[in-house]
Design a protein around this ligand. Structure first.
Ligand code: PLP
Length: 407
C-alpha cells in the first residue's frame, strides 16, 4: 500500500520483500517467491550476492560520494572496463536509463550542429521505450505514456521497427537527420527482436549517411541476452550506446558510451551530473562486470535462456491462446491472444514474480545466475499460471483490446 505521501504514479502489487537470496525473494509474510522479473531486468547477480554485497559495503565504509569536480579512480577503472568489453572509446555516467539516452540525444544534436545542421532530427521507432524525461518521452513510441505531457520535445521522426525501407524513405526527404536511436530487442514494446539483416543494413546505411547509430541497450545489455550487449549478436558496433538497469545490479547507474566521431563531440561544460559515476556506484558496476566474468554468466544466460525457452515451447507450444514465445537469452516473452494483466497476481499466489507488457506479453527476465533446477521450476510455474489463466479467461474481441490499450 502506498502512503498518502507517495505520489500517485504506481499501483504496486500487494506484496513487499524483506530480503532476497539468489533468484528467491522472501515476503514480509514469510513466503518464498521465484523471481522472474529481477527488478525489471536489473538484478543480474540475483539478490544479496556475497561478493557484490561485500564490495559495496567496503566502498561505503571508505567513501560514497565526492563529485565529478575531482578525479574518481573507481569511475576511471569502470570506464576502461566497459569500453573494453563494448569496443567503444569513451563513456559518460549518469543515474538511469533515461539519462543515458538524454546524453545520447545531446551528443546527436551537438554532432549535428558541429556539422552545420541547425535543426537536427533523430529517427526513432514505433513501440520504442527510452524513458520518461521530456526528451526521452518524445523519443518513446507510446502515446499512452506521452498523453498529457505535450508539447513534446521536437526533433524526432518515427518509423516502423525492423523496416529499413522506411528509414531510406526518410533519408530521401529529410536532409537534417543526424542519428537513429533504437533498441535491438524491444522490452517494454513487447519483447520484439530486430532482425540481424536489418541491423546490419542499418549499420551500413548510417555509415553511408554519416548518421550516428545509437543503440539503447538499457534493458537488453549487460549480459541479459547471453552477449555483453544484444547488438553483438548481429556483429555490429554502434556509434553510441545507452546502458543502465543491469549495470549496477540495482545501485542506480546509467552509462552513455561513444565511439569515433561521437566520442569527440562533448567538451567540458557540455554535459554533467552531480551523482553520476560516483565511487560507490562505480564499484558496484565494476564488481558486477567482474563477477559476471568470474562466474561465466554470459554463457549461463545463453544456456539457461535456451532451456527456459525450450521448456516454455514444450509446455505451452500449441496451447490455444498462446500466440508466440520469443526473445533471446534471459529476455523472453510469451504473447497471449488476450490481455493478461491478471497473470501477475495469479503468479504471486503461485510463488512467482513476473510482469506483463503491452497488455498481452508475459515478460520473463530472471537473474542471470539462475541454475538449471531453478530454470525448470520457473518453466513449471510460468506454464502453470498461463494455462490456468487461459482456462478461466475469455478472449476479449480485438476492438476491446484496442480500447484497453488506449485507456
Ligand atoms: N530504455 C529502455 C530500453 C528501457 O527499457 C528503459 C526502462 O524500462 C529505459 C530506457 C528507461 O530507463 P530508466 O527507467 O532507468 O530511466
Amino acid at each position: 500500500m502506498l502512503s498518502i505521501h507517495q505520489m500517485n504514479t504506481y499501483k504496486p502489487l500487494d506484496v513487499a520483500f524483506t530480503h532476497g537470496e539468489g533468484v528467491w525473494l522472501h515476503t514480509t509474510d514469510g513466503r518464498k517467491i521465484l523471481d522472474a522479473l529481477a527488478g525489471i531486468a536489473v538484478s543480474g547477480l540475483g539478490h544479496a550476492h556475497p561478493k557484490l554485497t561485500r564490495a559495496i559495503a567496503e566502498q561505503a565504509g571508505r567513501i560514497i560520494h565526492t563529485s565529478n569536480l575531482v578525479n574518481i579512480p573507481e569511475q576511471a577503472a569502470l570506464a576502461d572496463k566497459l569500453c573494453g568489453i563494448a569496443d567503444m572509446d569513451n563513456v559518460f555516467f549518469g543515474n538511469s536509463g533515461a539519462e543515458a539516452n538524454e546524453c545520447a540525444i545531446k551528443i546527436a544534436r551537438l554532432h549535428g550542429h558541429q556539422r552545420g545542421i541547425s535543426n537536427p532530427q533523430i529517427i526513432v521507432m514505433e513501440r520504442a521505450w527510452h524513458g520518461r524525461t521530456l526528451a526521452t518521452l518524445a523519443a518513446t513510441g507510446s502515446r499512452k505514456a506521452q498523453a498529457g505531457f505535450e508539447p513534446l520535445v521536437t526533433g524526432f521522426i518515427r518509423v516502423p521497427y525492423n523496416d529499413i525501407e522506411a528509414i531510406k524513405a526518410i533519408a530521401a526527404h529529410h536532409h537534417d537527420v543526424v542519428a537513429v536511436l533504437s533498441e535491438v530487442l524491444q522490452g517494454e514494446g513487447g519483447i520484439v527482436e530486430a532482425r540481424t539483416d536489418y541491423l546490419q543494413e542499418l549499420r551500413a546505411f548510417c555509415t553511408e549517411k554519416n548518421w550516428l547509430l545509437m543503440i539503447d541497450e538499457v534493458q537488453s545489455g549487460v549480459g541479459r541476452t547471453g552477449k555483453w550487449f544484444a547488438h553483438q549478436w548481429a556483429g555490429i558496433v554502434p556509434d553510441v550506446m545507452a546502458l543502465a538497469k543491469g549495470l549496477g545490479s540495482g545501485v542506480p547507474i546509467g552509462a552513455c558510451l561513444a565511439k569515433g566521431a561521437a566520442a569527440q563531440v562533448f567538451k567540458p561544460g557540455n554535459h554533467g551530473t552531480t551523482f553520476g559515476g560516483g565511487p560507490l556506484v562505480a564499484v558496484a558496476a565494476l564488481r558486477t562486470l567482474e563477477i559476471m566474468e568470474e562466474e561465466g554468466l554470459l554463457a549461463n544466460a545463453t544456456a539457461m535462456g535456451a532451456l527456459l525457452k525450450q521448456g516454455l515451447h514444450d509446455s505451452l507450444g500449441g496451447v490455444t491462446g498462446v500466440k508466440e514465445i520469443r526473445g533471446q537469452g534471459l529476455m523472453l516473452g510469451v504473447e497471449l491472444n488476450r490481455p493478461c494483466a491478471e497473470i501477475v497476481s495469479m503468479g504471486l499466489e503461485a510463488g512467482l514474480l513476473t510482469n506483463v507488457t503491452q497488455d498481452s506479453v508475459v515478460r520473463i527476465v530472471p537473474p542471470l545466475i539462475i541454475n538449471e533446477a531453478e530454470t525448470r521450476e520457473m518453466v513449471s510455474r510460468i506454464a502453470g499460471v498461463i494455462k490456468r489463466f487461459l482456462a478461466q479467461s475469455a478472449v476479449v474481441p480485438a476492438s476491446d483490446v484496442g480500447k484497453r490499450a488506449a485507456a
